[in-house]
Design a protein around this ligand. Structure first.
Ligand SMILES: *[C@@H]1O[C@H](CO)[C@@H](O)[C@H](O)[C@H]1NC(C)=O
Ligand SMILES: *[C@@H]1O[C@H](CO)[C@@H](O)[C@H](O)[C@H]1NC(C)=O
Ligand SMILES: *[C@@H]1O[C@H](CO)[C@@H](O)[C@H](O)[C@H]1NC(C)=O
Length: 394
C-alpha cells in the first residue's frame, strides 16, 4: 500500500478549475492543468503562473506603512495582534476629511482602501488580506513536548502516541481557547472599531485550519454578514508545506464534507490526498510556486476586497514572501492583516525556477541520538529510512 501510494504521488498533476467570463458575460469553466515538481518529475523550470487562459499573469506587492507587522522593529514571537488593534498604525490617510474625527482608525483605513480601488484602473486591485495561522494542534503540542530533533526524526512520522493523534490533528484545548480569543477579538473590533469584516473566506483543507476558521468566524455578527456570509472555500493549495510528517497529510474529501457540509470545496479537490507521499518533501521554491497559483486563482475569480485566509506557519511564510512582505512568523492562532496591490500584466508569464522535492529520512527505531541540520542519527547504529509507516487516511 505504501509503495502504491508513493508511486501514485510521484505522478500527480492537478486540474485547477477556473471560471472565466465569455463575451456575453456568462461564466464558463475551463480546466488549467499543471504539475508541481516532485523528486522525480521536476524540471528546474516550471511554466509561470498565468490567469485568463494563459494570456496574462498577476503580480503582488505589499504596501507597507499601515501595520506594525511590516515594520522590521516589531518582534513577531511576542507580538499580540489582539493588544494592538490588529497592528494598525495610528496615522492619517489621504482620504481623511472633516468627518474623520468621528470615525475610528479602522473605519478610516477601510474607507481609504475602498477609495484606492475606485479609479485604480482596470489592471490594478487593492486587497486587504487577513492571513491566519491555525491555533495549537496536537502536533504543535507534541513537538514542544519531545523537542524538535525527536519530533522530526521519529514522532512526526507516526500518526500519534497512543493517547494523542497528530495525523491531520485537531486543536488542543489550548488551541480552542486561542481560536475563541480570535473570535472575541473580531467581535470586539466589529463593535468598538467598527471594522469591516471579511467579504470572503478561504481555508486550508487540514482539520486544524477548518476548526480554527469555524470557531473564529461562524455566526459572527456584523453589518455585512447577510451579503457576505461565512461560507468558506476549502482550497488544496492553502495546505501546509508537504513533508513526510503525518500532520501534513489531509483527510478525505468525504470526511471534510461530512463535517463541514455547508462549506464550499473547490471542484478539483480529490477524494484522497494525492500530494502527501511519505517519502519526499516539497522545497520552498515549489511551495512558493503553488502559493502563487492559489493566490492567482483566488484573485482572478473573486474580486472581494477583504479576504480571510486560514492556513499554516510555513504556508503563511511562503504567502508573505510571494506577496513581497517582510518575514513575519505567526505564532499559533495569530492573524496578520496586509494591504496588497495586485496588478494584471497582459502578457504570458515568464517561466519560474523551482527546485525538485527532496527525500527525507527518519529513525524507525525510536528517537534519534542526534539530529544535525535535518539529518537524523538513529540509536544503535540503525540507518535512517526514507519511507513513512503505513497509515490509513480518515
Ligand atoms: C493608537 O491610539 C490609541 C488611542 O488613541 C492608543 O490606545 C493606541 O495605543 C495607539 N496605538 C498605537 C499602535 O500607537
Ligand atoms: C502523547 O502526546 C501528548 C501530546 O504531546 C502528550 O501530552 C502525552 O503525554 C503523550 N503520551 C505519552 C504516553 O507519551
Ligand atoms: C462549527 O461551529 C459551530 C458553532 O460553534 C458548531 O455548532 C459546529 O459543531 C462546528 N463544526 C465543527 C465541525 O466543529
Amino acid at each position: 500500500m505504501l509503495v502504491n501510494m508513493a508511486s501514485k504521488a510521484y505522478l500527480w498533476s492537478v486540474a485547477l478549475l477556473s471560471v472565466f467570463a465569455t463575451s456575453d458575460g456568462t461564466p464558463t469553466t475551463t480546466a488549467l492543468t499543471y504539475s508541481e515538481p516532485t523528486a522525480t518529475s521536476a524540471s528546474p523550470t516550471a511554466s509561470g503562473v498565468s490567469v485568463n487562459k494563459g494570456k496574462a499573469y498577476l503580480t503582488f506587492e505589499t504596501i507597507p506603512g499601515f501595520f506594525l507587522q511590516d515594520d522590521p522593529a516589531t518582534v513577531p514571537s511576542t507580538f499580540d495582534y489582539t493588544a494592538t488593534n490588529f497592528g494598525l498604525i495610528n496615522r492619517t490617510y489621504p482620504t481623511d476629511d472633516e468627518s474623520s474625527a468621528k470615525l475610528t482608525q479602522w473605519q478610516r483605513f477601510n474607507r481609504y482602501v475602498d477609495k484606492l480601488n475606485h479609479g485604480s484602473g482596470r489592471n490594478v486591485e487593492y486587497r486587504l488580506l487577513f492571513i491566519g495561522r491555525h491555533s495549537e494542534g496536537f502536533h504543535n503540542a507534541e513537538e514542544s513536548f519531545v523537542g524538535t530533533p525527536a519530533w522530526n526524526c521519529y514522532w512526526a512520522e507516526l500518526p500519534g502516541n497512543g493517547t494523542a493523534v497528530w495525523e491531520d490533528p485537531s486543536l488542543t484545548s489550548f488551541g480552542i481557547s486561542q481560536a475563541v480569543k480570535a473570535r472575541n477579538f473580531w467581535k470586539h473590533q466589529i463593535e468598538v472599531q467598527k471594522i469591516t469584516a471579511p467579504d470572503a473566506y478561504y481555508v486550508s483543507p487540514l482539520a486544524r485550519c477548518l476548526e480554527t476558521a469555524n470557531i473564529t468566524y461562524f455566526g459572527l455578527e456584523h453589518r455585512g454578514a447577510a451579503r457576505h456570509p461565512f461560507i468558506p472555500t476549502i482550497k488544496e493549495w492553502l495546505r501546509e508545506g508537504i513533508s513526510i510528517h503525518t500532520c501534513d497529510r489531509r483527510s478525505s474529501r468525504s470526511w471534510i464534507a461530512a463535517n463541514y457540509p455547508d462549506w464550499n470545496i473547490e471542484p478539483s479537490f480529490s477524494e484522497l490526498d494525492g500530494q502527501w507521499n511519505g517519502i519526499t518533501s516539497e522545497t520552498s521554491s515549489a511551495q512558493a510556486y503553488r502559493m502563487k497559483v492559489v493566490l492567482s486563482d483566488i484573485f482572478e475569480n473573486d474580486h472581494s476586497t477583504i479576504i480571510s485566509i486560514t492556513t499554516h506557519s510555513g504556508a503563511a511564510r511562503s504567502i508573505l514572501s510571494v506577496l513581497g512582505h517582510i518575514p513575519f512568523s505567526l505564532v499559533t492562532g495569530a492573524i496578520i492583516p496586509t494591504l496588497i496591490k495586485v496588478t494584471t500584466v497582459r502578457e504570458p508569464p515568464p517561466p519560474t525556477v523551482t527546485q525538485p522535492w527532496t527525500t527525507e529520512a527518519w529513525c524507525t527505531n525510536g528517537p534519534p541520538v542526534a539530529s544535525v541540520s535535518g539529518t537524523c542519527t538513529c540509536s544503535g547504529g540503525v540507518l535512517p529510512v526514507t519511507a513513512s509507516p503505513i497509515i490509513s487516511p480518515r
